[in-house]
Design a protein around this ligand. Structure first.
Ligand SMILES: Cc1ncc(C[n+]2csc(CCOP(=O)(O)OP(=O)(O)O)c2C)c(N)n1
Ligand SMILES: [Mg+2]
Length: 252
């Protein structure tokens, strides 16, 4: 992370818990870059996370108010904080398992109510912190510690899910698209209503090594190869699209 962003890190923090090649550290820096570019007042912000590797992104690293809550319940805490103090800019940063597996019901109902919350879901498509179990976002066929022969079920498309539920801003970017991602984070910081960004974040330790992508650069290259825009996707056959991930702003 560049020195200019160090002021946003809580004094005394020297390391992060992230493995080499984990995308969560990249995301941690990009959120701070968006905050810095907008000169947001950290005293008017609250960062809420649940439990998981991704939940460590704001807490304890960010030098502001953070709530590190219960697994799956980040949105419930965020809702309470926002209702109690509507002036707060409340940003939820948590994992795919936390927000959409155990926390899936909170996610759809927060979107349905169009609560003024900024939600960033770090999607590594697995339960990283607890040993690489299958999640609601794990692609069909993927090997995990609980699906040795490949996940038999299709994953949630989180963007379509929250859009259908009532979110008013929905986007998906990968940590390999930092410029577009920072732009999207700035947009949600400046708007009102339920805003959701799904951020694809590689996990070499739990996802990669079971799926022949064990070196950090393999997963990064794989993400760069697979991410396409909606326009690029339009000209592709179903077969070509099967392994692609469509990124961009889906509702703005
Ligand atoms: C009620 C409850 N159930 C299960 C757990 C165990 N647990 C902690 S984190 C986690 C999964 C986190 O996955 P995700 O949100 O995707 O974060 P990642 O580690 O992948 O970044 C699980 C199952 C828990 N802490 N509490
Ligand atoms: Mg995860």
């Amino acid at each position: 992370m560049v020195r200019a962003l160090e002021k946003y890190i809580r004094p005394g923090i020297k390391t992060t818990p992230f493995c080499p090649g984990c995308g969560h550290g990249i995301l941690m820096g990009l959120i701070l870059r968006a905050i810095d570019e907008l000169q947001m007042d950290m005293k008017k912000m609250l960062f809420v996370s649940g439990i998981g590797c991704a939940a460590w992104i704001p807490s304890p690293h960010y030098n502001g108010d953070t709530l590190h809550t219960l697994h799956g319940r980040a949105l419930a805490f965020a809702t309470g904080a926002k209702l109690f103090n509507p002036e707060l800019c409340v940003m939820v940063i948590s994992g795919d398992g936390d927000l959409s597996s155990i926390g899936g019901n909170h996610l759809i109902h927060a979107a349905r109510r169009n609560l003024d919350l900024k939600v960033i879901c770090a999607n590594n498509m697995i339960y990283g912190m607890t040993g690489g179990q299958v999640a609601s976002t794990t692609p069909k066929g993927t090997k995990t510690s609980t699906t040795d022969e490949g996940n038999p079920y299709p994953p949630f498309d989180l963007c379509r899910l929250v859009k259908a539920a009532g979110a008013t801003y929905v986007a998906r970017y990968s940590v390999t698209q930092p410029v577009a991602l920072v732009r999207a984070i700035k947009r949600i910081l400046l708007r009102e209503g339920f805003s959701f960004i799904e951020v694809l974040s590689p996990c070499p330790t739990q996802y990669g090594r079971r799926n022949r992508l064990d070196r950090p650069e393999d997963l990064i290259r794989d993400l760069i190869r697979r991410c396409v825009t909606e326009e690029e996707a339009e000209g592709m056959t179903d077969e070509e699209l099967a392994e692609k991930i469509i990124t961009g702003e889906f509702l703005a």
